[in-house]
Write a protein that binds this ligand. Structure first.
Ligand SMILES: C[S@@+](CC[C@H](N)C(=O)[O-])C[C@H]1O[C@@H](n2cnc3c(N)ncnc32)[C@H](O)[C@@H]1O
Length: 201
């Protein structure tokens, strides 16, 4: 799988460092389910790279909420170090031990990340150009988070599982937004949902 990744040598070295750091910390703080470790590169790393790649020419401020083990947040920062060096990356994660992991992973991988160890609902508004969240909440709740942290003309990028269309239809009862679903490379039923113009109905 790693051979299939179209990334520079520097990015590959950083991804390997992330892999090693996550595997070192995982037994203590359960960053990802133990059962997914054998498929870490496909299930988590490639899955996060495609979130970064769903945005053509990322610029400004990328905010990942509920970052947990740095998926996709740290991977976004790693990809950006090579492909979008001016992008600033902020992660919001309320769990203190996971936040400590995120800071360590950023340092070990040699990428600059601002980690906010607070609840998404309580953190200062981030004015993000791009807002991502993976495995955090249903789409209506994510729209609410975007209301606090996304710029008016910003873009949301949410990987979603097989139930994604139902989530879109439910969210559209309370929210207005333009959306596009990009089929996931790692799971044919899943999509990367790209949304803009999110506002309450
Ligand atoms: C299921 S994990 C997903 C982590 C990661 N995004 C991934 O895909 O592996 C959700 C994470 O969001 C964090 N989280 C949940 N609700 C939060 C909130 N309201 N504010 C900040 N972090 C939150 C949890 O601590 C947890 O690390």
């Amino acid at each position: 799988m790693t051979a299939a990744l179209n990334v520079s040598r520097e990015t590959m070295e950083r991804l390997k460092t992330f892999d090693a750091t996550l595997q070192k910390w995982n037994p203590r703080i359960n960053l990802v389910s133990k059962s997914t470790i054998p498929d870490l590169w496909t299930r988590h790393i490639l899955d996060s790279i495609q979130v970064f790649e769903a945005i053509t020419d990322p610029k400004g401020h990328w905010v990942d909420i509920g970052s947990g083990g740095g998926l996709p947040g740290v991977i976004v920062a790693i990809c950006a170090a090579d492909k979008a060096p001016d992008l600033s990356v902020t992660l919001i994660e309320s769990d203190q031990r996971k936040s400590a992991f995120l800071r360590t992973a950023a340092r070990e991988c040699g990428v600059k990340i601002n980690v906010i160890s607070e609840r998404i609902e309580a953190a200062a508004a981030q004015s993000a150009d791009i807002l991502s969240a993976r495995a955090l909440a249903d789409l209506s709740q994510l729209c609410e988070f975007s209301e606090r942290h996304l710029k008016k003309d910003g873009v949301c990028i949410f990987p979603k599982g097989g139930n994604w269309k139902k989530e879109v239809d439910n969210a559209l009862q309370q929210w207005r937004f333009e959306w596009e679903a990009i089929t996931s490379l790692t799971e044919p039923q899943a999509v990367i949902l790209k949304m803009k113009g999110v506002e309450r109905v």
